[in-house]
Design a protein around this ligand. Sequence first.
Ligand code: SAH
Ligand code: SF4
Ligand code: F3S
Length: 452
Amino acid sequence: MPEQRKQKGASGYDRTKTCCLLVYGCQMNVSDAERMEGQLRRIGYERIDRMEDADLILINTCCVRETAEDKVYGKIGEIKQLKRRNPELIFGITGCMAQKEGDALIRRAPHIDFVLGTNKVHELTKIIQQMEISREHVVDVMLGETELPDDVPVAHGSGFSAWVPIMYGCNNFCTYCIVPYVRGRERSRLPEDVLSEVEEAVKQGYKEVTLLGQNVNSYGKDHKQADFAELLERVDHVQGIRRVRFMTSHPKDLSDRVIEAMKNGQHLCEHIHLPVQHGSNRILKAMNRVYTVEQYRDLVHRIRENIPQVSLTTDLIVGFPGETDADFEETLDFLREIRFDAAYTFIYSKRSGTPAAKMEQQVEEGLKKERLKALMEVQNAISLEIHEALKDSVAEVMVEGPSKTDPSVYTGRTRTNKIVLFPHTCEMPGDFAHIRITQPQTWVLKGERISE
Ligand code: SAH
Ligand code: SF4
Ligand code: F3S
């Protein structure tokens, strides 16, 4: 019997049960998983890493690209053996693939006990309690228009940095994207609820919060209690907070008031993730992004004028249907012009049910890969140049902990969200240190602690 199983009479459970939560996809999924873990703790489960030792396995899934789904199907396959060895094991699928596939998942893999949709995170307790009595299959994926109740217990991960959802869903329907179909329409949380979650996190010792939404700039358009700029200002004023971040920003909605708030806010970090997706107006139009390259460029100028230290990162897709060599060249030129600090680059993946999946002139896989490689080469060179200019500068870094590959090296982040590696001295995760950058690289900055 694994060590974690101990007597726990008072809670009504005779031992601590163990759960293994595997999380794929974006920060919204990480945040949902924190709300799942919060509920599981309340009913006597302790989170462990090894799925072989777990009484309950949950996979919180992503379906934004086919590769994300393939990973999940691989894991589902592995769990079949575990379930055979231990029929008591409870196995559930949550998240975006659960929403998209529903009972088809159970038809394909009957060892899955339940499938819970994205809008049902708060129902996990009820389902698990049901499963503890009977393993009858349950599929609950109704995508209502309501937001999650605000009293769902949350177990924030790191101890120093908390994800706080401010809105759910997306109304934008970019033609390549599955998210609006699996997350439903935009629903903003009330400002008081966001603020009380931030205040509670700070009270528990968290130093940093990241406000989350698929398009945070349209926060409050539904309830009109506060817009995103006002929310940022209010979170910035929470007593004791050190850093405030947010993601993701759709370029069409990033207002001058948000830029102003960032310029004036003391704790609002100088980083904006501003996905451009493409550098050709023709493709942007086909993607339904609703802005042009010129408008994006203007926005970047306004941001940089007001927040000179800002770091800008972006997302890009190569191989969208109909993308010609000339369109692709426009993306490369745009990268060279804007000079992002970093870019997340994706090969277009056909998602059935989205308009782009039905478009003609799908780009051939080999060509997509070639374009991805070329794109990454251009961006990597730019990232390195930007980082080299930081050599010998001193950055305020929030310490995150030992590096996964070398525990004698610690990692942290600058306000501009750059990862810094430095030799460990006496800092604890969540502490702040001043680091002189000595060896800038493409993805990380290496440095040394300076005495204050
Ligand atoms: N709401 C965020 C992004 C969510 S998805 C936004 O609009 O910025 C994260 C990224 O995945 C997107 O920015 C896009 O670049 C990429 N993506 C989404 N659907 C994709 C698809 N079908 N194929 C490839 N990349 C995709
Ligand atoms: Fe997808 Fe576009 Fe919504 Fe982002 S804004 S989640 S890319 S539909
Ligand atoms: Fe993936 Fe769902 Fe996020 S599809 S990217 S986990 S919203």
